[in-house]
Design a protein around this ligand. Sequence first.
Ligand SMILES: [Zn+2]
Length: 433
Amino acid sequence: MSTLAITGGRVLLPDLRVVEADVLVDADAGEVLDVDESREVAGDDDLDASGGLVMPGLVNAHTHVAMTLLRGYADDKPLDAWLQEDIWPAEAEFGPRDVRAGADLGILEMVKTGTTAFADMYFHVPEVVDAVRESGVRARVGHGAVTVGKDDEGARADVEESLDVAREFQGAADGRVSTALMPHSLTTVDEALLREAVETAREEGIPVHFHANETLDEVDPIVSERDERPLAYADDVGMLGETDFCAHGVHVDDAEIELLAERDTAVVHCPASNMKLASGMAPVQAMLDAGVTVALGTDGAASNNDLDAFDELRDAAMLGKLAADDASAVPAEAAVRMATEGGADALGIPAGRVEAGALADLVVVDFDEPHLTPAHDPVSHLAYAVTGSDVRHTVCDGRVLMRDRQVLTMDESKVLARARDRARAVADRAGGE
Ligand SMILES: [Zn+2]
């Protein structure tokens, strides 16, 4: 067994107390062995955490990672117009190599800003899997199935692909990749195909991830056509299992919140995307009060416009107060829990907590900075003052991915150069039509 010792710093414990301690990791098994307050650990390798805080790696529980190529491509429009006029025409130009370049770029950004696991809904999923494999991060991936605008054959093929991808890549990259069936949303997938695919997923133990209740434009048609709320429909289809998770949950009523809590289905709150697209304010405190598992996601970089999960943490704490009209809503502790254990629980991975037996997905945040001084309460800083650039080391599955702000598993300049080239070519092709 080879071990990694993270020494000299303070550690954020699962109960959110912060103690002076060292952390010992089994680098082969990718697990935390010990959190030692006596500071007597020694490892085969050592990471210096002095002046820093060892905490769980953040979980970005909903993104479309290759959309980094469209960062800043189109802004300042509502969701429908933005998708139809700008994003979908550009994405239609994406080939496998574009998705790979965008995935590498997004993963590089996440590793540098302290995210160790993410959930990704996109297409050309094998490219995303390869990017995850080579970079060393962890992900739950899936093919986002859309049937609107397709003929019967094309619609069925897209849903089948989502199932096939989920089967093929489960457990890839030494177990760091898991999968889900990912119907894009309740309004973009044909009901009969959706019911059939979800039934198959249930039989095969495949989780389901989808966009839900993001905008009123998405909720109102379901209510008027079906005379039921979207999540009642999702429940009837069988998409609200305890391994399932949905993104957004902005426009949910009390009965839907109750349903999510009863079914133990996690919601991924995406505050920056919801603000930028003026989608609305998710009732996060009400969901937390009801016992819903809430995670955080950046959504795609085109509606954020970065993948820094620390930004999301701050946005969640801020927007949660505005939504509840209550400054005590979504306190720092709740926001930190959403970004760590909430995300890990949504993705179904034993991470998000620094404790013996948990996955060794850890980051060290440098507190020796002007904007983090003084540190009356480190947890407050994590919610309100830390940014991704304060991350000094990133560890995933017991392996050091970034040491002293140097990413070890990716060639940063090559990733940036390739992403620039690919993004420019996509924009040229999309604009040339
Ligand atoms: Zn999304």
